[in-house]
Design a binder for this molecule. Structure first.
Ligand code: PLP
Length: 397
């Protein structure tokens, strides 16, 4: 056997989305890219704001030694200061630049943090449905991901009583995306505060910190008056992880950050550990040019109304289809049920035969649903959703 057991497991588990992705590419070759309605992967379709491009050109034109050289492993000071300002603006909370680490996207930040808190056999809680990669982020760090069930009838909002049943002596952290990928559901500040209090109670009981990790790359993509929320107001044992992949459309440029609660008891031990993990995991430092650019345009975002327009197209189509769904208030996903008597894999395959691509709920630990991503061009969404409506009605009887 040439591959490790872990690599074999990864191959088996990730084959669903990967297969869909490659099949989508093949379909586009055969039928033409405008005739395949791919609403699967969360790759933002909007161009970054014009200020980003202007700043990028100006930063790249600087002619000085080390313009493309290594930078400190925790990130350049201007970038960390600008993230500190962003957190202040967004959440009215002070996190000094020294408590911030610039990272290779949110995914890099999660991996760096897990390397610093996990011992083999630890458990990481998350809420169902969850971002598919958490399973692997947990596993490669030596932890086990423990998904906590939620109910569609309860708008996928986790119940405190259920959460408390899942906490035990092995629990090390709770990790969740807010707004949620794949449902678009937003967890309120009061809910986060209740979770923080529960974790603090159990940290005392088990005589070790249980960390609250907010995975926040969609915090600025909220609609209908939904509010940004922060783990920092919920417990001092908290970290907020984010990136500019989604709100500035920089997913391929790999720039994000990890911010640590300033009153955290072990803060002085964390900073050097996180900095070293960033380096030895092979990221070394977050992309230097992007750190420079972000420092100057962190307060800009893509036009969020553009995503809101797309959200409404998808919501209206889903209403016409009759498919039950929870109205998304953030991110750019929605998670409707599949027709009765059918699995999500069967429905995804039928849609695929009709050149519409969506991700089965099983990829997010929650079968019986499909994830539709609306970060796509209007032609894809309008035509793709028309086919979805017809197909749903046909198979729901
Ligand atoms: N967390 C969530 C919930 C995501 O949806 C994604 C990307 O889709 C990530 C993390 C990783 O994002 P990044 O590109 O910042 O690594």
């Amino acid at each position: 056997m040439s591959l490790s057991n872990l690599a074999n497991q990864m191959n088996q588990s990730s084959s669903l989305i990967r297969k869909l992705f490659t099949e989508g590419l093949k379909l586009k070759q055969i039928h033409g890219k405008n005739n395949v309605y791919d609403m699967s992967i969360g790759n933002p379709c909007l161009v970054p704001p014009p200020e980003f491009k202007k700043t990028l050109i100006s930063c790249a034109s600087e002619n000085e030694p080390y313009i493309h050289g290594y930078v400190p492993n925790n990130g350049i000071l201007e970038a960390r200061q600008s993230v500190s300002g962003l957190i202040k603006n967004l959440h009215n909370f002070n996190v000094p630049a020294d408590n911030i680490l610039m990272t290779n996207g949110a995914a890099g930040a999660i991996n760096v943090l897990l390397r610093c808190i996990i011992n083999p056999g630890d458990e990481i809680l998350t809420f169902k449905p969850y971002f598919a990669e958490y399973l692997w982020f947990a596993r490669v760090s030596g932890a086990k991901l423990i998904p906590i069930p939620t109910k569609f009838e309860n708008n996928f909002q986790p119940e405190m009583e259920t959460i408390s049943k899942y906490i035990n002596k092995k629990t090390r952290a709770i990790l969740f995306s807010n707004p949620n990928n794949p449902t678009g559901v937003v967890y309120s500040q009061s809910f986060l505060n209740n979770v923080g209090a529960l974790l603090d109670e159990n940290s005392k009981k088990y005589k070790k910190p249980i960390y609250m990790i907010g995975d926040d790359p969609y915090q600025r993509l909220v609609y209908d008056g939904a509010k940004a929320t922060t783990v920092f107001k919920s417990t001092t044992n908290s970290f907020s992880i984010s990136s500019f992949s989604k709100d500035l459309s920089l997913a391929g440029e790999r720039i994000g950050y990890l911010a640590m609660h300033p009153q955290q008891k072990y803060a002085s031990e964390f900073i050097p550990a996180l900095t070293t993990a960033n380096r030895v995991l092979g990221f070394v430092n977050a992309n230097r040019l992007m750190q420079k650019v972000i420092s100057k345009c962190i307060n800009y975002t893509v036009d969020i109304e553009e995503y809101n327009i797309r959200r409404k197209i998808v919501i209206n189509a889903l209403r016409r289809s009759g498919a039950p769904f929870v109205e998304p208030k953030g991110a750019f996903y929605v998670f409707p049920k599949v027709p009765k008597g059918m699995t999500d894999l069967e429905f995804v395959n039928i849609l695929k035969d009709r050149l519409v691509l969506a991700v089965p709920g099983v990829a997010f630990g929650t079968p019986g649903y499909v994830r539709i991503c609306y970060a796509y061009d209007l032609n894809t969404l309008k035509n793709g959703m028309e086919i979805f409506v017809k197909t749903y009605k046909e198979f729901n009887g």
